[in-house]
Write a protein that binds this ligand. Structure first.
Ligand code: CMX
Length: 435
């Protein structure tokens, strides 16, 4: 069977033709008007990017290469005895658009295990961070420092031809993903204790190894959770802050480590990936204020007090989605299967029945439904990971899968430097003075 790189080499010439044909047929067609409001409004809804791994529908949620979350849960290879898809298979799907065989997935697990070691100086950088430095800042520094050994940066210095960019980008993308468990595990143990970092086991899958490095591999449920977690957090089309940042920085031909380091800094914001930490903090505050097993009325009042305090309800709302996030639903189903009686899960389920009504009544949020971040912390807490400010690191490990696969294609298809046009308010006033 072909390796991922061999399969890519076959697919790239076909995709170059496919893009050429699409541009020849549709290149001069208009997507409709651009409103001045969109320039001021965070470019919401502005068609602006090509992103092949996944497309987000406002009503239905994400599809990875055309497949919904339930469909990939069904179709992708599982670990022996496991029920959740292996993220290795999701990466193969994101890169090729094809479902891999079990054997191809096993080869990826082995390949990543073989690439997993991080340079000594990167270990030193992490070890020198004060434990008070947020894990996401440590994570981003370590990933950025991996640029030291970038195959792409080296090849570029040596004058590689544009046609060959994708080869070393692929190697960097694979190295990036492979090295994240060692980085995440090291940060976790430095910040929260847990002793010396164990070695990667080349016979185990990626999620199993990540669980081992974090110190949670004695819980089979946690390993299964990581497989699901990494799969569903991997990609959410191209316009979200972390994905778009990676693509933007990559478009300057910054290598995948520099590009993904930038993605992580965006993911670390509270309106984006940090929301999964914020949800748990918010839930804990609520419990300390109104107690456990609080009535619906008391919860409702607490939600209102958050809004009246000028704060957002973390884990709810979305810039694109207008229905419950299927990533939330997948995690809820996992909870119903593995921890139906967990008190914190019950609170999350109770909130699910209350927050949308309050947000609708408040009348501001365009989407009152929960997003991915409303649920993940509860599942991690159940298995003993209650270190909330580490949660976004796990989101980051996962997001590498989506960003890395798009970076490979951007270099394969010769994606240009991104450079949209900006205007000052003075310029806008002048342009539209008499219109
Ligand atoms: N709680 C309170 N107010 C909210 C809200 C929420 N959960 N979601 C939206 N609103 C408010 C916005 O703050 C905005 O208020 P202003 O008009 O005063 O600025 C108004 O409703 C309109 O916003 P919107 O168009 O519905 O939402 P945006 O596209 O601007 O923002 C998002 C989307 C996710 C940032 C927002 O819903 C939010 O802040 N949610 C809470 C944070 C969160 O869960 N983020 C994680 C998203 C998923 C992820 O990226 O990981």
């Amino acid at each position: 069977a072909a390796t991922l790189k061999e399969r890519l080499a076959e697919l790239i010439p076909k995709e170059l033709e496919n893009v050429k044909a699409a541009r020849a047929e549709h290149g001069k067609k208009s997507f409709g008007p651009v409103l001045v409001d969109q320039l001021y409004g965070g470019m919401r809804g502005l068609p602006a990017l090509i992103w092949d791994g996944s497309v987000l529908d406002a009503e239905e949620g994400i599809r990875f290469r055309g497949k919904t979350i339930p469909e990939i849960q069904e179709a992708l290879p599982k670990a022996p005895g496991g029920q959740e898809p292996l993220p290795e298979g999701l990466f193969w799907l994101l890169v090729t658009g094809e479902i891999p065989t079990a054997e191809q997935v096993t080869e990826l697990s082995k390949d990543w295990a073989a690439r997993a070691a991080i340079p000594d100086f990167v270990e030193d950088i992490i070890d020198r961070c004060p434990p008070t430095l947020h894990p996401m800042s440590q994570f981003s520094m370590a990933v950025t420092a991996l640029n030291h050994n970038s195959a792409f940066a080296k090849a570029y210095q040596n004058g590689i031809s544009k046609k060959e960019y994708w080869g070393p980008t692929f190697e960097d993308a694979m190295d990036l993903i492979a090295k994240l468990p060692n980085i995440a595990g090291r940060i976790f143990r430095n910040v929260y204790g847990g002793g010396k970092l164990p070695a990667i086991d080349p016979t185990k899958d990626y999620s199993h190894n990540l669980a081992t490095l974090l110190g949670f591999d004695d819980k089979p449920g946690f390993i299964e959770l990581l497989r699901l977690y990494i799969t569903i957090h991997s990609d959410h089309e191209g316009g979200n802050v972390s994905a778009h940042t990676g693509k933007l920085v990559g478009s300057a031909l910054s290598d995948p480590f520099l590009a993904f380091g930038a993605s992580l800094n965006g993911l670390a914001g509270p309106l984006h990936g940090l929301a999964n930490q914020e949800v748990l903090i918010w839930l804990r505050k609520m419990q300390s204020k109104i107690g456990e097993n609080a009535t619906d009325e008391a919860v409702k009042e607490y939600v209102w007090s958050t809004l009246k305090g000028g704060q957002v309800v973390p884990g709810y709302g979305h810039a694109v989605l207008r229905k419950t996030d299927p990533r939330y639903t997948a995690q809820r189903e996992f909870a119903l299967k593995h921890l139906p009686d967990d008190p914190l899960f019950k609170l999350v389920a109770q909130i699910y029945n209350i927050v949308p009504g309050v947000l609708l009544e408040a009348g501001k949020a365009k989407n009152p439904w929960p997003n991915v971040d409303a649920h993940s912390g509860v599942l991690l807490t159940y298995y003993g990971m209650d270190q909330m400010n580490f949660y976004t690191v796990l989101f980051g490990v996962s997001r590498a899968f989506g960003v890395a696969s798009q970076l490979i294609w951007d270099r394969a298809l010769g994606a240009p430097l991104e450079r949209p046009k900006s205007y000052s308010t003075e310029a806008i006033k002048k342009i539209f003075a008499n219109k």
